[in-house]
Design a protein around this ligand. Structure first.
Ligand code: ADP
Ligand code: MG
Length: 295
């Protein structure tokens, strides 16, 4: 009588644990461990690494990959029209922009503090580029982000209202950690659009960060929102704890295509680049700490 002990014979039986392991790893959603475990095992055997370290290595690989996948998903959900970072941004081309402040903002502490950013300046000066870079940085640092033009946002809100799903959309817009509203003022808003947009800013007040870019100075915002009163209330919320990026200058695109440097002198910036409470037209007289701004 011979007892059937000893190593499992090779062939079909030997494959069973591997098949089971693959199945379980899939079930547990550990694709990196599934992909890497054999290779890492060979390396561990070669280097005489013990089991704990082997397992640690695998788990670390899975964690890193998972973070990368989550960040990629977040970037996808942000709906950036293009992905841009400050690596490709030439600060020398826009002297009015506070470089230190911009680099500080990329660290995203303002998002954690639920503060806002407003980038103001004429067309082609890199406002969208900077907003995209800040959005990307926020995604990389774990903050849910959504990028929209003011026009698209107003349209989506009006559509949602007509389809009786406004509350749901408003809840989504309220919960995102960073909302980027690009190109406020490029296209005039309808009365309803302006009011719905105002509601979004209002609902996000001190709940989440908002970045707004605009080609219009604050004085001209009433024309966009079709109401002095609405604009006053809006700026009151938006500019409480705000970082202003002054981006007036030559259009980068025009300068590139012209291939020359114009001798035009840049206008001195109108407002301090970093304000705790930017003055809005007709507002804030009651706040003695508000940065004064000539009207
Ligand atoms: P704005 O939103 O202010 O109208 P954009 O951000 O759309 O300007 O800039 C127009 C184009 O020029 C974009 O392709 C942008 O990446 C590029 N650009 C603008 N400013 C800079 C800069 N300082 N460095 C590098 N690229 C820039
Ligand atoms: Mg733009």
């Amino acid at each position: 009588m011979t007892a059937k002990t000893g190593p499992v014979p090779s062939g079909k039986t030997a494959a069973v644990p591997a098949v089971l392991l693959a199945h379980h790893l899939k079930q547990l959603k550990l694709p990196t461990i599934l992909r890497e475990h054999e290779k890492v095992a060979r390396e561990a055997a070669r280097d005489g690494v013990d089991h704990v370290r082997y397992l640690l290595r695998l788990v670390e690989l899975e964690l890193l990959d998972r973070e990368r996948r989550v960040t990629e998903r977040r970037i996808g959900e942000a709906k950036f029209p293009t992905v841009k970072s400050l690596d490709t941004f030439d600060f020398a081309a826009i002297p009015s922009l506070n470089r230190m402040l911009t680099l500080e903002l990329v660290r995203c502490e303002y998002v954690a503090r639920r503060e806002n950013v407003i980038a103001l300046g004429n067309s082609g000066t890199g406002k969208t580029h900077v907003a995209l870079a800040l959005g990307l940085a926020a995604c990389q640092r774990g903050f849910s982000t959504l990028f929209l033009t003011a026009h698209a946002l107003a349209s989506q809100l009006m559509e949602a209202r007509d389809e009786k799903r406004l509350l749901k959309l408003q809840a989504q817009l309220q919960n995102v950690k960073l909302l980027i509203v690009d190109e406020l003022g490029y296209v005039p808003l309808s009365q309803v659009g302006a009011e719905l947009l105002f509601e979004v800013f209002s609902q996000r007040y001190e709940r989440g960060s908002t970045i707004v870019t605009s080609n219009l100075p604050f004085e001209e915002w009433p024309a966009v929102f079709r109401s002095e009163r609405l604009t006053g209330a809006l700026l009151d919320r938006l500019t409480h704890h705000v970082h202003i990026l002054e981006m007036n200058g030559e259009s980068y695109r025009l300068k590139q295509s012209a291939g020359r440097r114009t001798a035009a002198r840049a206008e001195p910036p109108k407002a301090t680049a970093h304000q705790d409470h930017a003055a809005a037209p007709g507002e804030h007289d009651r706040d003695p700490h508000a940065a004064s701004q000539p009207s």
